[in-house]
Write a protein of this length. Structure first.
Lengths: 234, 237
């Protein structure tokens, strides 16, 4: 109990003094998570919207696949990208295994199904409401995609925030493709795992508290955005 | 009424089945836009389905809709829905969006959109978010958006339903102006007063079938069908 209290006190001290190691880990985590969430959104938002409004063979299968990918085990994704990016792998020539870029790619791949599935659901619900009006105005299904994405931008920004939260809390794939190298690819989640294993609870606790604060802040931001959107745009 | 290029609509044997129930069945209708036509009937008579089918939003299960002349292309028509669906942007941007879809240049569409909003009395709130406006204002934005397209035919589905008397009067005034500018009007309603003031001809629909088509003054004085008579007496919902 005393150990735990002492660890918590030291963790607080690390946060309060903005410890350099802690800062470095948090900053890298934020950078890679933000980059992967941005890439995932750029790809998955239009894909989700296209599946929502599209009329094509295999649409149902696409929806099932999209939803199934939500349960994609992150260590499997990590392993897949490890093989792809390793020296002997098809993307080995880029030499990015055990770099932040590798983490970004793996995280983006993991976040994409989440963003695609949620955005499909949002856009599909809106499409029921908008379809006849847009058709009456002469809007094609393809043109409806950017219209709906823009019209639902604030609702979809909560999807993006959910994606960012998913990326920030990822550990399995990041450990495999990043390697948890001190000062290079050590992010909050992998650092917590390592420090806990070593018994260095203060740093693990400090990182855990910051990670929790980030996740809470993201959820708070999503909630505030929804509220503001409802008041501003109806 | 300003003169506009002629057109004709001919619907033959229209049948639209929704679920397992025919919403309209065996509807024949010819119209050249000279008269303001109101489709009147009780709830569930098939008024909205008929309008959507004529506008091309619903494909008939049987029969066909033939447009010729100046209203033959989808771009020659516009529709105002009972519950207007407005985009989450300003009233002005909503109207501009419709014009952009039709390929109008940016500079022109800003001017046209402002004109249309001014015509429906919303010039002063053009930059307000459309979705937070009152029901009457939203209906007028929807009418401005449709009118800005300068359609040859304008369909209006229950345009005054759920509006208060002031807002309904505004809509009636705007419809009068649209008609004056040469746009043909075909609308549905179950408000007798509105139909009496705004229509030249009444098509009475009951159970998905047209039971009569009569000049408005004659319809309200002496309807020919028993269903219309019951409806006017308030004995149909």
């Amino acid at each position: 109990m005393n150990d735990l209290a002492e660890s918590a006190r030291l963790a607080l001290h690390l946060v309060a003094t903005a410890d350099a190691e802690l800062r470095g880990i948090v900053w890298l985590s934020l950078r890679v998570s933000l980059a992967s969430a941005l890439i995932a959104c750029a790809v998955a938002l239009p894909v989700g919207a296209l599946v929502a409004v599209g009329k094509f063979h295999g649409r149902r299968a696409a929806v099932v696949l999209m939803n199934a990918l939500l349960g994609l085990p992150s260590v499997v994704v990590g392993l897949l990208f490890y093989i792809l990016l390793s020296r002997a792998g098809p993307l080995g020539r880029f030499g990015i295994l055990f770099t932040p870029q590798a983490i970004v790619i793996a995280q983006a791949f993991l976040v994409m199904p989440l963003v695609a599935a949620l955005s499909r659901q949002f856009v599909e619900d809106a499409w029921v409401e908008y379809r006849e009006q847009l058709r009456s105005l002469g809007v094609s299904r393809l043109r409806a995609v950017p219209t709906l994405l823009w019209d639902l931008r604030l609702s979809l920004s909560t999807v993006a925030l959910a994606g960012l939260g998913r990326a920030a809390s990822e550990v399995g794939a990041v450990m495999i493709v990043g390697g948890n190298i001190d000062g290079v690819t050590r992010v909050m989640t992998t650092a917590i795992a390592l420090e806990t294993e070593k018994g260095d609870l203060p740093l693990a606790l400090a990182l855990g508290a910051i990670l929790l604060a980030i996740v809470l802040a993201l959820n708070g931001a999503a909630y505030a955005l929804r509220e503001w959107s409802a008041r501003r745009h109806g | 009424m300003a003169s506009r290029a002629p057109f004709s609509l001919e619907a033959r044997g229209l049948r639209v089945v929704l679920g397992s129930h025919p919403a309209i069945d065996g509807v024949d209708l010819a119209w050249n836009g000279e008269s303001r036509m109101a489709v009147l009937g009780p709830n569930g008579a098939g008024k909205t389905v008929l309008l959507r089918t004529l506008h091309g939003l619903l494909a008939p299960d049987d029969g066909r809709v033939l447009w010729s002349g100046a209203a033959a292309l989808p771009g020659d028509q516009a529709m105002v829905f009972q519950r207007p669906v407005l985009l989450r942007r300003s009233a002005l941007a909503n109207v501009e969006y419709a014009l952009a879809v039709r390929g109008m240049a940016r500079a022109q569409r800003r001017e046209r959109a402002r004109e249309a909003l001014a015509a429906v009395g919303l010039a002063s709130v053009a930059d307000r978010a459309a979705r937070v406006m009152s029901g009457g204002e939203q209906q007028r934005v929807a009418i401005a958006r449709a009118w800005a397209l300068r359609p040859r035919v304008l369909f209006l589905d229950e345009p005054t339903a759920s509006l208060d008397p002031n807002a309904a009067a505004d809509v009636e005034r705007v419809m009068g102006e649209i008609r004056g500018a040469g746009t043909a009007l075909l609308f549905t309603t179950h408000h007798l007063g509105f139909a009496r003031r705004m229509a030249d001809e009444i098509v009475f629909l009951h159970g998905g079938r047209i039971t009569e088509r009569t000049p408005a003054d004659r319809f309200f004085a002496a309807p020919r069908s028993r269903e219309a008579e019951d409806f006017l007496r308030g004995e149909l919902p």
